[in-house]
Ligand binder design. Sequence first.
Ligand code: HEM
Length: 479
Amino acid sequence: GFLAKYRKQSTLPGPRGIPFFGNVWNHIFRTAPKEILPKLKRFINKYGSIFELRMFGIHYVFVSEPELVKALLSSSTNVTKGRFEYSFFRPLFHDGLIVSEGKKWRSRRKILEPSFHFKILKKSIETVSRNAEEFVSHLLNSGGEPTEIEDMIYLLTLKIICETAMGVKLNTKDEQQNDYIKASKMSHDGMVYRFFKFWLYPDFIYRHCNAGKMFFKCVDLIHNFTNQVIRNRKELFIAEKNGSNCKVSTKKEGNAFLDNLLELEDSNPGLFTESDIFEEVNTFMIAGHNPSAATLNFLHFLLANHPDVQEKIYNEQMEILGDEKKIPTAQDLQKMIYLEMVIKETLRLYPTIPFQSRLIVEDLQIDEKIIIPAGHNLVVPIYFVHRSKKHWDNPEEFIPERFTPGNEIHPFSFLPFSAGPRSCIGQKYAMMELKTIMSTVLRKCWLEPVTTSVTPDYGIILKPAESIIVKAFPRNGNQ
Ligand code: HEM
């Protein structure tokens, strides 16, 4: 009977606001984007693990205590994304898995999940390895000179997702893929920019201003590239199908993601359409290359600055694989315990998706006293959950040993892939990809730092404010 239902006249702590604009206007909108993370940190320090920001009657409840986060992310009903801020995503993602809701999301998730089954992922290791080797030779071509790695890394992960999931090999010399990567980054920055400029919220205004025009130009470029990938694969798919009387699916075991969708279209005419294929291929091409690339960027930075960790990974690699050329098998990847600890520690310090939000569709009791009413948004600031002093010793430091198997870690204090029903569908894929790439890079290269410190920048994808520059030397060459 003591449950004090938290109503619109909030009893939750938070900075003071003004009517209509709430407290977002003076505390967030008027803050430079690079000051947002420090500001949110001050709020958490001041108001604790649950506080509220409000604007235009929309409530954002920030929850950073793992037990409370658990109530949210384990919920099977609160799986809808924050409707307002995710509406900025729609022109880019349409109604793909990242933003879809309700029945559509549930059925799509079920259809798409088997494409990321372990059996399928196993088949991608070789492709990932081959692309990683090409990346290593570019890196080593620099002859030990300071090299900015971000562009090379984005191209690497884009090529990997296109080849493994879409069955389309990109032409290295083709400028279009670089334009795609640039447009994809700019569209993300564009969405963040819009969020801070409330007068750009109405679509009819946004479409006519320079920022909006630039955003839609990027979206067009991205969509054209996606369509080209689909066309390329579809031509092959049709040719294969016409070449034999049997269905394509019976010929190949463990098809790539796009082949599965083409089969669905083929066997359910009218029910699974071209536009259904487009929205998911487009979604998976973006989500499948962007956070992995951002993570690899941070990984190279951390490893260049921690030679002891690099050496330990190298030793583990040699123990498992024996030499620098061997392509790892799925079992080999499973044995790379220390490398996995390093990847996890990188994702703890730099969770490349730093915030998640959910729309509460059914009143949610998150502890004995507090019920968040339907209609509010809950935001999990993962970046701060990962740096909480309560749950991590020396949280600001890079200590892979904290992930030694057997160490006790609250499962909801480490959420780089989120958790529960709406967690990352590509989590296993990403770990396979990151391990395979780092195994290839570190067996062949020794990294030294040029960039020695970074400041993470607020964004949909967490990125360093500075360019990451390293020097790469061959491991068994003239070091
Ligand atoms: C290090 C790499 C990655 C990280 C850190 C990451 C992180 C995340 C997180 C935190 C979410 C939940 C987002 C939210 O709640 O708003 C998510 C969702 C998603 N991720 Fe990943 N991801 C990674 C790689 C991938 C890859 C490789 C793919 C595809 C192959 C992928 C596809 C998706 C999709 C489609 C969703 C939406 C799932 C749904 O709503 O049902 N991600 N990811």
